[in-house]
Design a protein around this ligand. Structure first.
Ligand code: UD1
Length: 430
């Protein structure tokens, strides 16, 4: 079982380069199969989730050619199976984007239902509502959703709840439907815009992505494209919070500062100094950290994927802070782990009440999920002493070369596989 071992207490200082957005990549890789021509995707993050999805895409017969670690060519003309099995779905929920992509292109698809996940229940009712509205017959049978249509017909869809997944899935199917579709109360996340831009570069006609009304005029065919994925706002935010928690000074490069506004606003309230450049943000956290209140909301609100990392910063800020989670019901699993590192946090319903402590102390903890795992890394970097993090496979789902990037800005962190390696690291840093 691999682990991260961290010797904390040093400020992070220097420059870090952010990779492509994992969540945009997952939808874009699925959408790439919608043409029979070859699509080249660049700035692809080389993380477990994208690699698992590429395997699922190859598994349905598409040709997947990895040009280098951040570039892939996909050709969907070889697809010979319109179903995605439970094994792929279990490994990565975002395989459900293949439902919208296959339904749009072939008017037929079946994917296993994903079931719950570590951050809470993840229903697909809105995705299904959208496919039905487009004229597909949707059935849930044997643990799978199957959707089929003679042809898809453009329509008006109102999403009762803002959902990134449903917006993107419906967008993909509607891109190849007959006539015009309007999605109201659509998600406005940067990766929704990136998927729409990608589909447009393949010949789709999508307007309004990034607002809450998206208008799609269906086209019969999509064509080849070359596309570069946007920078990962969550990876960027994670490094910004790591800089804050360690009282560091970090230039986070290759970002779109506009996508980071909610994160920046909260770090300013917490007492950090932030400078924005065209494609970089500079975080300086030399003074004391201050308490604040945070509520997660759909974009442009504060991202739920950044909530655990923010809580780690507030855990060592002056005074009492609150963090309210309004998107997923089970996103405070890291609190017990953080408590083992000395945090003083109480969770009441969907609110974490955080009484700042002076400093965390190193401990052995487990990553409960991807972002909570990243948050524990930040806590380890800020802590006095040695922290060992188990279950790092969750973290590797979404962070490329995390220890190496952190070491470049002065962190003492290693990936280890044995107790002996932990001891070796401890001796080296003591
Ligand atoms: C995406 C992101 C995830 C992020 C989340 C919220 C990807 C691969 N994942 O997840 O990292 O945390 O957005 O920004 O991009 N809901 C329903 N019915 C549905 C669909 C969703 O009730 O059919 C609810 C969910 O339970 C949740 C809320 O809507 O409470 C938002 O979920 P959604 O935006 O769909 O999240 P994902 O797309 O799964």
């Amino acid at each position: 079982m691999e682990q991260y071992v961290i010797k904390g207490g040093l400020p992070l200082v220097g420059e870090v380069e952010i990779g492509g957005a994992k969540n945009a990549a997952l939808a874009i890789l699925a959408a790439a199969i919608m043409t029979d021509e070859t699509v080249t995707i660049d700035n692809l993050p080389n993380v477990r989730d994208t690699n698992v999805l590429l395997d699922a895409i190859a598994g349905i017969g598409a040709k997947v050619d990895r040009v280098d670690s951040h570039t892939v060519k996909i050709n969907g003309s070889y697809i010979d199976c319109l179903c995605v099995d439970y094994e792929s779905m279990k490994k990565i929920r975002a395989s459900y984007y293949l439902l919208g992509a296959l339904l749009g292109k072939y008017k037929q698809a079946e994917v296993a239902l994903p079931g719950g996940c570590n951050i809470g229940s993840r229903p697909m009712d809105l995705h299904i509502k959208g496919f039905k509205a487009l004229g597909a017959k949707v059935e849930i049978k044997g643990g799978a959703v199957s959707a089929k249509a003679e042809h898809l017909e453009g329509t008006h869809i109102y999403l009762d709840k803002v959902s990134v997944g449903a917006t993107i899935n419906i967008l993909m199917a509607a891109a190849m439907a007959d006539g015009k579709t309007t999605i109201e109360n659509a998600a406005k996340e940067p990766h929704v815009v990136d998927v729409a831009n990608f589909l447009n570069s393949m010949g789709a006609n999508i307007r309004g992505a990034g607002t809450d009304v998206i208008r799609i005029t269906g086209v019969e065919k999509l064509h080849k494209a070359e596309y570069s994925i946007i920078p990962d706002q969550i990876e960027a935010g994670t490094f910004m919070f790591a800089a804050a928690a360690t009282h560091g000074d970090v230039l986070v490069k290759n970002v779109i500062p506009k996508h980071l506004e909610a994160t920046t606003a909260k770090l300013l309230e917490a007492g950090c100094r932030i400078e924005e450049f065209d494609d970089a943000v500079h975080v300086v956290a030399q003074g004391s950290l201050e308490n604040t209140q945070v509520t997660t909301l759909p974009y442009p609100g504060f991202p739920t994927d950044m909530q655990p990392q923010m809580a780690v910063v507030l855990g060592i800020a002056h005074g009492t802070s609150t963090v309210t989670e309004s998107i997923f019901e089970n996103r405070f699993k890291y609190v017990d782990e953080l408590t083992r590192m000395g945090a003083d946090i109480k969770v009441e319903s969907n609110i974490a009440i955080i009484n700042g402590v002076q400093q965390y102390t190193g401990a052995r903890v487990s990553a409960p999920d991807l972002r909570a795992g990243a948050a524990l890394v930040i806590a380890g970097l800020a802590a006095e002493g040695i922290t060992v993090i188990d279950d790092i496979h969750f973290i590797e789902r979404g962070y490329e070369e995390f220890p190496a990037k952190l070491r470049e800005i002065g962190a003492q962190i290693e990936k280890v596989a044995t107790e002996k390696e932990i001891q070796k690291f401890t001796l080296k840093v003591s």
